[in-house]
Design a protein around this ligand. Structure first.
Ligand code: BES
Ligand code: ZN
Ligand code: ZN
Length: 475
């Protein structure tokens, strides 16, 4: 499907706000019979041979209009058009005082494309999405702004869909080596330098905590570094670190079958970083962003790490392994320290499907955050609001830090039962070397059990836009 500017389309879509006075006779007729009232995304489509070629499209109350309402309304409309086998539609761009035309066009573009997504590559008889073209009818003086909105919405969607595809891909196909290959394939054409370190090189670097997690798998680890230097003259560098467990069986602290079934999603952080860098590079944002992914599989074998092991790390900190299923923080500790020590970034964000505790606390709608710097946290929160993606900051204090001190090593990799999301975040803190840092636990939001609004079940692509707007805000 394609979205473009134009005054074409077999069917014409007329936006309706439910709280406005209308002079449209069809609307009055339908409203009286409770067939159409203008609720968000509601569509009245007459496909009879001699029917009206005018489609009424609800946007809810004008006073309540927001970017996310536009996305949802566009998503529902596109689904409905496709269901009615309409291949081409022309839509009058809804103009409001609250949202400028560029933002409106971007939100609508995102919503339309969201309707086309399905993870169906393994389904033999795929259902086709029949809607092929959407034309936005806009006043001439707004064309340039609207085109910018369409372009930005489209590239954001490409980043989001890439993230989804990577997350949804089964672990039998997507493992450290193939994840690294995919990162090269999709990012190098956009001018991103992708460096891939193999096991021997990771050993030479000294990433002992990461290697301990990876050692049980027949599939060797790959450490992936992606450099996008959109502004080489600037000292500013944003580091994005993504948890890259292409599968998490739990190791010897094995997960129950239900918890294990979707653990190919445990590279959600990595996928989000790759998707975001894709969007940032495609938009040619004049910023420097470097992505880091310590990709590995957490498996059981005669070579696996065990509970009670006391492992080292790149920083030198020793760690008592109390639970082999708390593996993400071990891989992240080394990736974060590598980023901090080798690149000296201005700020670091890590994203990780890190704890079940996050899902218990916040469900699948909000990601949990832990930070060492309130100003940078506020910057990330602002970006997430622009993206309409939700983040909730968790409290931290020394009492929580006490919970991950070990009697036999510098740290242990789990705390107590309570506050599991916070202690997991705080475990990472010493490895960022006091650089402003935000940790996002995306265990609930990266991969969901049910569709919500315009987001599908499975890989969502959540937080790609937050990272994009964060980078954009730094230019
Ligand atoms: N990958 C899991 C966390 C997870 C849970 C991600 C649900 C997505 C959905 C992580 O490695 C893990 O197993 N964490 C443990 C930590 C515990 C042992 C302290 C958990 O949350 O149970
Ligand atoms: Zn685990
Ligand atoms: Zn995990």
């Amino acid at each position: 499907m394609k979205v473009r500017i134009g005054n074409k389309g077999e069917y014409r879509v007329v936006p309706f706000f439910s709280d406005e006075d209308h002079t449209n006779a069809l609307f009055d007729h339908l409203k009286e019979r409770d067939l159409f009232s203008g609720k968000v995304g509601e569509a009245f489509i007459d496909v009879t041979p001699n029917g009206s070629r005018e489609i009424l499209w609800g946007l809810g109350e004008k006073a309540e209009i927001k970017e996310d309402v536009l996305r949802l309304a566009a998503y529902r409309l596109a689904k409905e058009l496709a269901r009615c086998k309409i291949t081409e539609a022309g839509i009058t761009l809804p103009l409001t005082d609250q949202i400028d035309p560029e933002t409106t066009a971007r939100a609508l573009t995102e919503g339309f494309y969201q309707a086309t997504y399905r993870f169906d590559k393994f389904i033999t008889e795929r259902e086709k999405f029949l809607l092929k073209r959407i034309f936005l009818k806009v006043p001439e003086e707004e064309e340039a702004a609207v085109q910018r909105g369409i372009d930005e919405g489209s590239l954001l969607i490409r980043g989001i869909f890439l993230t989804r595809e990577l997350i949804n891909e089964p672990a039998m196909y997507l493992y450290p080596k193939t994840l690294a290959k995919r990162a090269c394939e999709v990012l190098e054409p956009l001018g991103v330098t992708v460096k891939v370190f193999k096991k021997k090189e990771i050993e030479e670097i000294g990433m002992k905590a990461y290697l301990a997690v990876a050692q049980g798998s027949a599939r060797p680890p790959r450490f992936i570094v992606m450099e996008y230097m959109g502004n080489p003259d600037s000292e500013d560098k944003l580091a994005l670190v993504g948890k890259g467990l292409t599968y998490d069986s739990g190791g010897y602290c094995i997960k129950p079958p239900k918890g294990m079934a979707t653990m190919h999603c445990d590279m959600g952080g990595a996928a989000t970083v790759i998707g975001a860098i894709h969007a940032i590079a495609e938009a040619k944002l004049p910023v420097n962003v470097i992505g880091f992914v310590a990709a590995a599989e957490n498996m059981i074998s005669g070579n696996s790490y065990k509970t009670g092991d006391i492992i080292g790390s790149l920083k030198g900190t020793t760690i008592e392994v109390d639970n082999t299923d708390a593996e993400g923080r071990l891989t992240l500790a080394d990736a974060l320290y590598y980023a901090a020590d080798n690149y000296h970034p201005t700020a670091i964000v890590d994203l990780a499907t890190l704890t079940g505790a996050c899902v218990v606390a916040l469900g699948e709608l909000y990601a949990g955050a832990v930070t060492n710097n309130q100003d940078f946290m506020d910057e990330v929160l602002t970006a997430s609001k622009n993206a309409c993606e939700y983040i909730w900051q968790m409290p931290v204090c020394d009492g929580y830090r006490e919970l991950i001190k070990s009697k036999v090593a510098d740290l242990k990799n789990i705390g107590i039962r309570g506050a599991g999301m916070i202690t997991a975040g705080l475990f990472l803190e010493p490895f960022v070397e006091d650089i402003p840092w935000v940790h996002l636990d995306i265990a609930g939001t990266a991969f969901t059990s049910a569709a919500t609004g315009y987001l599908p079940e499975g890989g969502t692509g959540n937080h790609v836009k937050t990272l994009y707007y964060l980078a954009k805000g730094r230019q």
